[in-house]
Design a protein around this ligand. Structure first.
Ligand SMILES: *Cc1c(COP(=O)(O)O)cnc(C)c1O
Length: 459
């Protein structure tokens, strides 16, 4: 059974990111000399002989058995993602939510607590509140992540991990990843980073102390808004045998060698225990594997990740400048802005830019805000981010609607928060689109536009 996708041979190559993104994990000689990564649309694989089946099942030989566990198209994606984050292995799953949940359950499945930042993707936050406690996993929210002693004090003997988003969705908050990783490691627990908004092009969490990285592949990695997927990358360095995580050291009959001796996941996969365990337990039993066509679309997107992200970051910086000077804007939260409290962290951790997702505060009434959202022509009103198309949404009422007023306060989310995700359109057209939408939003209230506004206000 193929339980792990190690990347050692890739990491030995002195290739830079832009070469890895189109080449890592794929050798055409293993795939009929096909230049494009083939889609292996198969459920199962020939075992060939009873002897080989025995070798596969006792991990003496690696190979594909069944596509819920592994698939050659998905394997290329996994190796490529591991290479781009300098990890020891990666596993692709069916969605970003599956990546977050499988990772945190893999750590805290015996029960315990997870310490998380306040500003998180809405789906993650809701599952933390509603689902995790029923499985014995309790969530503590860091009240102020800029004070490291606050984080330190919130760690209890039951705390199993710290979880944060490297650039938070929706508000583009940043954290001192290295310092927070050091605190986690002092307590013998891992730091798990959701790197979805940054993507590995802008930030490599494993290079800054994180132990596990999770992704929604749906967003900037695939980049075209055409496929749902997730991934988990590990560094192979965290000591899962330190006594806090018995699930990695307990022997398991399923992992027995060819003589029938039971072994632990750490014994069988010493370099890649985290993703190997997710494959053998969570993907195997809960079943959210990524389908081969989804892997193929994600690989296509990855080919252009640098080119997309660098243009999107440039456009974002110009749009931030436009909004900061606009009279109908109360505030703009973008870490690279000179006005941001995260500017130092942004310079230190995000030399290539702090992403293409940010939010701003709309100055005006609720009615005007609605009209503004309805008036954009290029910006598409929807819940996604990281697309080649530019997107807009009022997160307070939609993606983050289930935060209670108090939770929204801690996370800094206000009713007038508008989130933008910047795509690949011409930036001057994007600026003009927002400008005309602001004008339409306010036109009801100005006298010279009475006739026109009566029409606009009627619908
Ligand atoms: C979208 C998103 C997720 C969830 O990913 P899906 O692919 O939609 O399941 C998790 N984390 C962040 C930061 C996201 O933006």
């Amino acid at each position: 059974m193929l339980l792990t996708v190690a990347t050692r041979e890739i990491m030995n190559k002195p290739w830079a990111f832009d070469t890895l993104k189109v080449k890592a994990g794929y050798d055409s000689h293993d795939h009929g000399l096909s230049v494009s990564v083939p889609i292996y649309q198969t459920a199962s694989y020939e075992l060939e002989s009873a002897e080989r089946a025995r070798r596969l099942n006792s991990f003496q030989e690696s190979g594909h058995v069944y596509s819920r566990l592994s698939n050659p198209t998905t394997e290329v994606l996994e190796k490529r993602l591991a290479a781009l984050d300098y990890g020891s292995a990666a596993i692709a799953v069916a969605s970003g939510m599956a990546a977050v949940t499988y990772s945190l359950f893999n750590i805290a499945e015996d029960g315990g607590r997870i310490l998380v930042t306040a500003n998180l993707y809405g789906g993650t936050f809701n599952s933390f509140k509603k689902l995790y406690p029923k499985f014995g996993i309790h969530i503590d929210v860091i009240q102020d992540a800029s004070h490291l002693d606050v984080i330190n004090r919130q760690i209890t003997p039951q705390t199993k991990a710290i979880f944060l988003e490297s650039i938070s969705n929706p508000d583009a908050e940043l954290y001192d990843t290295e310092a927070i990783a050091a605190i986690a490691h002092e307590h013998g627990i891992p730091l798990v980073v959701d790197n979805t908004v940054a993507t590995p092009y802008l930030f490599n969490p494993l290079e800054h102390g994180a132990d596990v990285v999770v992704y929604s592949l749906t967003k900037g990695i695939s980049g075209h808004g055409n496929s749902i997927g997730g991934a988990i990358v590990e560094n192979g360095k965290f000591d899962w045998g330190n006594g806090n995580f018995p699930q990695f050291t307990d022997t398991d009959y399923n992992l027995r060698d060819i003589e029938g001796n039971a072994r632990s996941i750490l014994q069988v996969f010493p370099q890649t225990p985290f993703t190997a365990r997710i494959r053998s337990v969570y993907v195997n039993f809960f079943g959210a594997e990524l389908n081969p066509f989804g892997s193929y679309l994600t690989l296509l997107g990855l080919d252009t990740i640098s080119e997309r992200l660098s243009k999107q970051v440039n456009s974002t910086e110009l749009l931030v400048g436009f909004l900061e000077n606009h009279p109908d804007v109360e505030w703009v939260h973008y870490p690279k802005s000179r006005r941001s409290k995260y500017q130092n962290l942004a310079e230190r951790y995000f030399p290539r830019g702090a992403g293409a997702v940010f939010s701003f505060g709309f100055k005006g009434t609720e009615e005007e805000r609605d009209r503004f959202l309805n008036a954009t022509e290029i910006f598409s009103y929807q819940a996604n981010i990281g697309d080649v198309h530019s997107l807009i949404i009022n997160i307070y009422e939609t993606t983050h609607r289930e935060y209670t007023p108090q939770e929204k306060k801690v996370a800094g989310l206000t009713p007038n928060t508008i989130r933008l995700s910047i795509g690949l359109e011409d930036v001057n057209d994007l600026i003009a689109d927002l400008d005309q939408a602001f004008k339409q939003a306010k036109s009801c209230c100005s006298q010279q536009n009475e006739l026109e506004s009566a029409e606009i206000c009627a619908d």
